[in-house]
Design a protein around this ligand. Structure first.
Ligand code: ARG
Length: 602
């Protein structure tokens, strides 16, 4: 906000230090929260400590204060800065309050949807998420993954990083083959019509097949024979898939497409636009080549001649004394690859074909060990970006009714929860706003229902398990999506009622006595750019979720306490209308980073 003043002051500080041979440390600025006025602050302890280390006999705190005082004198007067203080090694600069308020509001309104966007960082980040296994339907856990990944991608992108969104569906493995086998055996050429019905139907087949293939208690000899025969058929199908058998491959592609159609539809609903699609099946062959290379380089041990597998003794190769990553198989004795092997091949593609500097994996916390092992092998293999691989884990989602289990067919489908959320919002809306048109009501119900779900996922610590409670999520009070959306709607309705044409005028004066609620809103708005950077750097959409709530909360309080349309005079009215417009803009920007829409009415 005060870059220009900051630059002038930094230049003066540098000049002073070089004239006096003072080894200036990096200048870090923090903002001073409102206490009668706003300000920003930096300190000279690190600089004094530099001097001390270079052999000068000095007391760091005293010396820091001495430097600060001298710098204060050197700076003298700067336009836009109302006063300067040198206290205990800190240089505090204060702004005139009306000037600060005006600048914040002007900058928000001038930048609009771009307010808070960070400068381009010249670093490419890939975020991998929304990568469920195919031949299943999309459940509420996949939704948590997707919303977390999308919010993170939006944050990273807005913070200034070149961002690539990637998906990596698990489209092959024994689970997939199990479904293929059962489909082919018992349901051949049947096909439910709806996009979302097929996924659920495949899941039903999976559950049935799993039951058939699992040994039962008190199994009769006939049952046992039958089960073993089924299992042999399934394995034969896997072998055929591996050998590229046309019939099996076609069947596989056709059924895979059903799941992908559903996935694409859900991504469309959630406004997620993937840049790259990787598939597990596509990295299977490349993974086998990597195994050879790792053997050549002495990173992997080939124990096949002794009837074993190809393994990597990660701890030993990294020279670790304590057990950390353990020893891992990367190729089975029958020559098939593992999930881990494929992740090595995937990382190679990410680094070499997409030239990413950093790679974030949004994956269930239960796969934490798996990913740490993959990253460790990449490091052994010599990828310098291996250190820049990051696992963003997330916990289990359950409903108050209980936990899910795909194998048992107990899953909570995202689509069902979404439909229910929308239905409930519609019921409320019909009562509250009977004048709304049918179309508009449906649109708003979508925005609120989905907003409620997204916020409930993003506002809890990602690594924790959570229980999704529909009624809490949909509430208009408390830490919810609708509460924040409602702040946006209120701001919007004030502006609509104002009929002001001149809102674009920028030099509106805030030199009246600001109400504490106005100050709170201005302060919150001014923090937004820093919150973007923090949330992106810490990979924590929750930081943005909390901020959005705080901002909405400040706005609701302002709305109740401070007259806008009925302000004392025209100048104050105009200033407050501009503040309302700025608040509306920042709420919209924050919501967008959470992948939540801002409804015009509700
Ligand atoms: N498809 C996997 C699953 O549903 C998640 C993939 C995670 N990403 C990865 N690179 N391993 O469990």
């Amino acid at each position: 906000m005060f870059e220009k003043e900051q630059q002038i002051i930094e230049a003066k500080i540098r000049e002073f230090c070089s004239q006096n041979d003072i080894p200036l440390a990096e200048l870090k600025w923090t903002s001073i929260p409102f206490s009668g006025e706003w300000g920003m602050s930096t300190s000279f302890f690190a600089t004094a400590a530099h001097e001390a280390r270079s052999g000068k006999k000095i007391q760091v705190p005293q010396r820091a204060q001495e430097i600060t005082e001298q710098i204060k004198v050197q700076i003298g007067r700067v336009d836009g800065i109302s006063r300067i203080e040198a206290v205990k090694g800190y240089l505090n600069l204060y702004f005139s309050t009306p000037e600060y308020a005006r600048r914040v509001v002007d900058e928000v309104l001038a930048s609009g949807a771009d307010f808070g966007r960070g400068a381009a960082k010249n670093e490419r980040v890939m975020v991998e998420y929304a990568q469920p296994n195919t031949h299943h339907s999309f459940h509420i856990g996949h939704y948590r993954n997707t919303i977390l990944g999308e919010s993170l991608a939006r944050l990273v992108e807005f913070a200034g990083f070149d961002t690539i969104r990637a998906s990596y569906p698990g489209d092959i493995g024994l689970g997939v083959i199990t479904i293929l086998w059962a489909y082919d055996r018992f349901y051949k050429s049947q096909e439910p019509s709806g996009i979302h019905e097929r996924g659920q139907w495949l899941l039903k087949i999976y559950v049935e097949a799993t039951a058939m293939l699992e040994p039962k208690e008190n199994e009769t000899p006939e049952e046992k024979t039958k089960r073993e025969a089924y299992d042999a058929e399934r394995r034969e199908m896997y072998r055929k898939w591996d050998a590229g058998d046309k019939y099996v491959r076609d069947l596989w592609l056709k059924t895979r497409e059903w799941s992908l159609e559903e996935l694409r539809d859900i991504l469309r609903i959630l406004d997620v636009k993937m840049d790259v699609w990787f598939f597990e099946s596509e990295v299977d062959e490349p993974a086998k080549e990597i195994v050879e290379e790792l053997i050549q380089k002495g990173i992997a041990d080939d124990e096949r001649p002794q009837g074993g597998a190809v393994i990597v003794k990660i701890d030993e190769k990294l020279g670790l004394k304590k057990e950390k990553y353990r020893t891992n198989i990367i190729l089975r004795s029958d020559g098939t690859t593992l999930y881990l092997t494929k992740d090595l091949a995937l990382a190679k593609v990410k680094f070499e074909q997409y030239h990413v500097d950093r790679s974030i994996y949004v994956v269930d916390v239960r796969q934490s060990m798996h990913l740490q092992q993959a990253f460790a092998i990449l490091k052994l293999w010599g990828f310098k970006q291996a250190e820049k691989c990051y696992h963003l884990g997330y916990g289990f989602v359950s409903l108050p009714e209980g936990a899910m289990s795909a194998r048992r067919g107990r899953v909570v489908l995202f689509k069902d929860v979404m439909d229910e959320a929308i239905r409930r919002v519609l019921a409320v809306e019909s009562e509250k706003s009977p004048e709304m048109s049918e179309d508009e009501r449906m649109k708003v119900a979508h925005q609120i229902g989905l907003g409620a779900m997204a916020y409930s996922m993003l506002s809890v610590d990602n690594s924790r398990d959570m229980i999704f409670e529909m009624d809490n999520a949909l509430s208009f009070d408390g830490r919810t999506g609708p509460y924040i959306q409602n702040a946006y709607v209120r701001a919007n309705s004030i502006l609509k009622r104002s009929n002001v044409q001149t809102l674009q005028r920028s030099n509106v004066d805030f030199s009246y006595e600001l109400d504490p609620h106005e100050i709170e809103v201005i302060e919150k708005i001014s923090q937004f750019p820093d919150v973007v950077q923090q949330a992106a750097n810490e990979y924590r959409p929750m930081v943005m979720a909390n901020y959005a709530y705080d901002l909405a909360n400040a706005f609701h309080s302002f709305y109740h306490a401070v007259p806008v349309l009925q302000s004392e005079n025209e100048e104050i009215r105009l200033a407050r209308l501009r503040l309302v417009a700025a608040a509306k803009q920042v709420i919209a920007n924050a919501l967008r980073l959470l992948d939540i829409q801002a409804p015009e009415v509700m």
